[in-house]
Design a protein around this ligand. Sequence first.
Ligand code: GLN
Ligand code: ZN
Length: 759
Amino acid sequence: MKQSLTTHISGYPRIGAKRELKKALEQFWAGRITAAELDREGKGLRQRHWIEQQRLNFVATNDFSFYDGMLDLACMLGAVPSRFGVVGEEVSLDQYFRMARGRGAANGNRPDVAPLELTKWFDTNYHYLVPELDADQLFRRTNRKAVAEVKEAIACGHRPKPVLIGPVTFLALSKTRDGSDPLLLLPKLLPVYRELLGELFEAGAEWVEISEPVVVQRKDGEVLTGVAESLAYFKEVKGPKLLLAVPFGKLGGALNELLGMEFDGLHVDAVRGSSDLPWLFTHFPNDKVLSLGLIDGRGIWRADLLDHRVTISTFLEKWGPARLWVGTSCSLLHVPHSLQEEDELDTDLKSWLSFAKEKLEEVDLLSKSELSPNHEAALMAARDNRLQHLGVRIPELRREVAALDAQSALRASDIEERLKLQRAALGLPLLPTTTIGSFPQTDEIRKLRARRRKGVTDEAGYEQGLEAAMRDVIRCQEELGIDVLVHGEFERTDMVEYFGEKLDGVAITRNGWVQSYGSRCVKPPIIWGDVTRPKTMTVDWTVKAQTLTSRHVKGMLTGPVTILQWSFVRDDLSRREVALQLALALRKEVGELEQAGTKVIQVDEPGLREGFPLELGDREAYLEWAVYAFRVATSGVADVTQIHTHMCYAEFEDVAEAIAALDVDVISLEASRSKMEALDSVRTGGLRSEVGPGVWDIHSPRVPSQEEIENLLERALQVVPAERLWVNPDCGLKTRGWQETRESLKNLVSAAAALRERA
Ligand code: GLN
Ligand code: ZN
């Protein structure tokens, strides 16, 4: 290697090293800063992030957004549903945020406007806004955002490479109001999209990255033809060079067709799609640019540069430095900003990690013809250090996991038998009422946490504060007449982070925030070693709560699959194996809760469906181990102990069988928005457990009336016998206010009572 390779990334985190964007957005929404001030903050962030990318050949542009990239593109293509008002020259900032967040009836007499739907971006934990299109949708060039960013970057002295979501992915991920295939709109969209490309070119973008990840998920003819047609159409006129990017997985069978398309360069995910590399090596034309996304944009582990350099030198022989590019597998949006702030992490662990800013350096190093001997030695040392680090491999635990068998995942008796025993032991009324776990985390609780963080309150004071909140919540539930109580989860900022803090082999960062949607960020724990449970995690709180009431208090745990799904997971052990380690730790916790007298234990798995691999073909194997892990966690109890689980997403069809296979005694589900349809779909899997379909949509402050809840329950009773039906909200109440919580629960309890009368 003599000359260095061209380097680029497909996008950078935009929330800011200190979550500046989050703060600015929230201040703007609260009316505390002006649009101009918000704009200034955005500009500052973009420019700082470009300076960080300066060592690369291109800086990514149009990766910045005040809310979401799909929304931005919809606004650039004039795809704004009429309920957000007439769009003039441009979609206004007000309309933009209304599409993102809706508008409540609280603003004087203006009507409710529902926002666009939010949904998961491929198999990441990022959520995008789903554009709503009409079968006779017209597109037109509106907002100039992408163009403005190119000019801005050039003015700052950078060489911009705008990143655009491709037209096929844009349409495939949109929905149409009449249910027609959105991809049919492609011929209408392309002229407008081409106009945009032309403007980017005019503004000075030599290359534009067109990202079509939908190819990885759907390798069907419709998608592939769509991509081929768009590229051919773009090439009819003078415009920028096009780098087709296909992140998030392997291309496999689609490779052949892809290679015939009219791009100037192809960017592949060389991490998840590493199995495509041999084929690319043999067949990729050497008159086009091949860009290898070798640095993982999804994980936080330091790359094995020594290994990657071998790959690069192989490819280099054929393509030469002018046509071989290196970059990240996908946008860095999915990893935290920088390790710089992490002064509390174990120094060894820290040396194995790489966040977005550190990944820029990795990309740069990959492109260099030589590594200094010092650098090479440091890389080798890091490799060894991780292999030998205490806790990375605990032989005893490995043996324990290996010894798990079918028996470990079986309850003693069949569910019918268990339910009989539980009914006798629990003494619950028909249509028992309960909640999902958390109660409002008020300002007071947040302040208490802040005081402890700052050292104003000591541990004892903190616990006392939490205990007071717990006492109140128990009393409140008793007053309302709820049958199975919860302790309120006040000690948990987050249902995964809490367990991450208690388990060994898992680290919590100080500032490792990743955008989930809009201004919302999550801080995933890092599972770096073998996972063990040094001591009980929840027993104290549950037992304490139980002493305050004669009603049953549920034990509350987060399931193994959800902990796995919402964490950054080590890359040196299979996900299945890590899930089983978590399952063993939870199994012990479940056992101790039972021993301490807890009769009802809920193990939440809202992450089960989220863990779906992108490719349909991989789902079965995933569900098999996911279900197995859950059962390992929950099957160690006596028949009389009642195991609940909880899930909250809109679609259950494709997991219905897996849910039935969990073999729980009771499941609570999100169901109110689908008007109980979730119940029908979950039953198609052969569910035999009791079930609590949510009757209160907890995503908004709206209080459901008793009548409304009764109607939902009547609907549920058409498919579930009264003896098997529970009455509960859709999900936890953490983000709700106390007033609406009291009123809604009051209606929920009266609705259950009214139905009991009639039953
Ligand atoms: N037990 C958790 C809570 O009530 C469940 C949250 C969830 O399902 N997302 O907050
Ligand atoms: Zn939930």
